[in-house]
Every structure is written in C-alpha cells, then in structure tokens.
Design a protein around this ligand. Sequence first.
Ligand SMILES: [Zn+2]
Length: 320
Amino acid sequence: MKRYAFGVDVGGTSVKLGLLAEDGTLLEKWEIPTRRDRGAAMLLPDIAESLSAAAARHGLGREALCGVGLGVPGAVTAGRHVAPCVNLDGWGGDVGAALAARCGLPVSVVNDANAAALGEMWRGGGAGERNLVFLTLGTGVGGGVIVDGRLLEGVHGCGGELGHIKVRVREPEPCGCGKHGCLEQYASATGLVRTARKLLEASARPSALRDAPLDARAVFDCARAGDALALEAVELLADSLGQALAAVSCVCDPEVFVLGGGVSAAGAILLDAVAAAFRRYAFPPAEGTRFALAKLGNEAGVYGCAKLALDAAERGTCAD
Ligand SMILES: [Zn+2]
C-alpha cells in the first residue's frame, strides 16, 4: 500500500500544512491561521482538527498514514520536546506527545530550519544528495545540516544553528542571541542593509543607494548594475558566509551548500560571490564543494516535515 504523511510547519502568523505521498508527490497544501488569542493554546487542537478533516477529504484511513512531522520555530530535543518559542508566546514542551494524543498518529517534531533542509534534500536544491548544508538567509540566518541522509540536531537542539557561528572577533553591536559577531549580523537581509548603511555613512562616495529606500533587494539590484559601494556590501556579506561555511565544511564536509530564504532571491550574483569567498577560506580538498539555490521556497518546511514522518515510520522511531 502507498504510504502518506502530513507535514505541518508552524509559524508565528500561520501554520502551513501538506499531505504528501512517500514518493514526494504533494496531494494538497493549505494553511490555517496561528490563533494567538489564548497564548497559542489552540495551536495543537486546531492542527489536529485540520489534519483529521484532510484525511477524510482524501479518504485516507489510519493504515495509510505514517504520521505527522511537526516543524516548530524553536530548539527541539529528542525529537519531541520544544524549548519555549519566543515568537509563539513561550509555547513549547512535549508537543509531539500532545499532538499524537489528539490526532491518533505518530508525531515527529523538528526545528523549522532543519525541516526546510530535509525538504530541500528530498525534493529541492539538494535533491539526490545525502550530505548537505542548508542555509536560510532572511531576517535572520537559520540552517540545517544533513549527514548521510539524517539531520544533525545535537544534544541541545542547536545543531544547524549556523547563524550564530562567530565570524568577527570585535563587534560592538549585539546579535539577537545576546553575543557578538554572529554570522546572522552580516549575512541576513538586516545585516546586508546594516553593512550598506555603514559604507554610505563612512564616506561621501557616490552610490545609487543614496537615492533609494535601503533594503536588501536594492543593494543587490545596484550591485548588479555595477554600483561599486553596493558591490562592496555584497562582497562583505559573501565573505562572512564563505568564512563560516568553510568552518562548517571542516566539520561535516557536505556535497552541496543550498542557499534559501529571501536573500537567496538575488540568485547568481549571491551564489557566485559566496562560492568564491568559500574557496578563499576552505581547506583545499573541499574547495570544489558545490553551491545551489533552494527550490521549494516557503514550502520546504512542509516537505521536510512529511519526509521526517516517513523516515521515522520506516525506522520505527516516532513518538506514538
Ligand atoms: Zn547570535
């Protein structure tokens, strides 16, 4: 019998859900709002109800469903416990067991960026590979590390937290984590804008960025048009990424680095600059490691969550 799984990606404003077959076919995707009126207390009941309605719509009984993969915006330990999520009013705890009790299916819990990494390995920019590192470059920087087909989650749920690799020794401004000099401070959309602003303030050099509202897209657009100051800002972003990924490569030596998130919409100009910077820092045998753009956009999490549930069913490791 063909097997199916649900992928559920919990975000601060909406929950993305998908029903997928074991061959990666997406049967349906939909969203429900993340109700915040009672401090996220309705999150699991709403999800359970929505999953049960979807199973009924597709005529799928318990025997055809492997389980649920639940992606959450926080640190996950032992595949089910979630540390209090800052952007979900402190929601957390043993959410895997709580959802399993409500929906009658095995539930595997995963950090959302790690889920996106699995999704990109299964059906996206890293398809066909079993060793990859995924980075999501958005407001912050998240990541996921997959070694031999399995996520490296670590003891504290911090495996893949690539945004907090230190790349600068002296940084006066603090990162969101409270420490200083994290990759996220330079390689996120926020970081790129901050770098461009500093360059603009440091001199009177002419730049088209002086006339436009300053955001990450404007910096890339101007860089593509040959604006020297914008090119320098992109180069500084690429340099910090290259440095951090060269360090990552010394730990897990992946086949491919997959870049996703809003900043990756910049495309080739970003990919080429990061690959060149990586080559400057990498241990020589790893210099040729491939770089690719993510392909699944904000659906990567749903794909990865479903993949996790299918893998857990195969290994018999999910929390019933
Ligand atoms: Zn940090």
